[in-house]
Design a protein around this ligand. Structure first.
Ligand SMILES: [Zn+2]
Length: 246
């Protein structure tokens, strides 16, 4: 994957809304990623690049970071908070020159985005979306482990635990967002959000709640065929888990 990844990327320029410096972040060229599938937690899988690695923009001058669509949408109050709480404590550095972001780099970028997103008092949907992407990145990191290394089992366990922790934080924030915010939120419409909440409830072992979220997804006429298939697969998983639990 890595040898070709460079050719799929472009350096995008941004004006940082906090320190007003011009910065760069790598982005996947449009139409260059080859879609394969989405996992049950909606983690997108592409055959030639992990697109989630390029979903955050980070300023190396002031430490401000956010998901790409949210990078420039700071209010003046939020700008001031980031200046006081992030920039004031941040050691600026040159942009790291690299051909592509490793998954480790992407995780630290996404964690910076999480810190800033929480600090600026963003909506729950935005915080939940960052947590979801951190969960996906840790799963990708676990997938990348060599099969035969002696510490693979322990590392995999650690990464998947981090992924689960982030997923449960996403669950918390997206549940709150569902009660207070308008669709689309975190880039999701109503049925997609209910599907992912159902999946998280299932992971947590709250099968009753998982079924409640899911029933709306299955019966809603606007649910896409692809999502409906995923919802039916999840329904089977929940039914099996319920059986085992009883
Ligand atoms: Zn900046």
């Amino acid at each position: 994957m890595e040898t070709n990844e460079k050719t799929l990327l472009i350096d995008k320029r941004y004006n940082c809304p906090v320190c007003e410096q011009q910065i760069r972040a790598k982005a996947v060229k449009s139409n260059s990623a080859r879609f394969v599938n989405t996992m049950p937690d909606l983690r997108p899988i592409y055959s030639n690049v992990n697109i989630t690695k390029y979903d955050a923009v980070c300023c190396p001058n002031c430490g401000y970071a956010a998901l790409t669509p949210n990078f420039n949408t700071l209010t003046l109050t939020q700008k001031k908070i980031i200046q006081d709480k992030i920039q004031a404590n941040y050691k600026s550095h040159e942009e790291t020159e690299c051909d592509f972001y490793t998954t480790e780099m992407a995780i630290s970028r996404m964690k910076m985005a999480l810190l800033c997103t929480i600090t600026k008092g963003a909506k729950d949907s935005e915080i939940g979306n960052v947590c979801l992407k951190i969960s996906w990145l840790y799963q990708a990191l676990a997938d990348e482990l060599p099969e035969d290394a002696p510490d693979t089992t322990s590392k995999k366990e650690l990464y998947l635990k981090e992924a689960d922790n982030a997923a449960m934080k996403a669950y918390e924030h997206l549940t709150t967002a569902r009660m207070h915010e308008e669709y689309p939120m975190a880039g999701m419409n109503e049925t997609t959000l209910d599907y992912i909440l159902s999946y998280f409830a299932y992971k947590k072992g709250d099968y009753q709640i998982a079924m409640q979220f899911l029933s709306g997804v299955v019966s809603n006429r606007s649910t896409s065929p692809r999502l409906k298939d995923k919802a039916l697969e999840l329904k089977d998983l929940i039914a099996k888990a319920k059986e085992q639990a009883s």
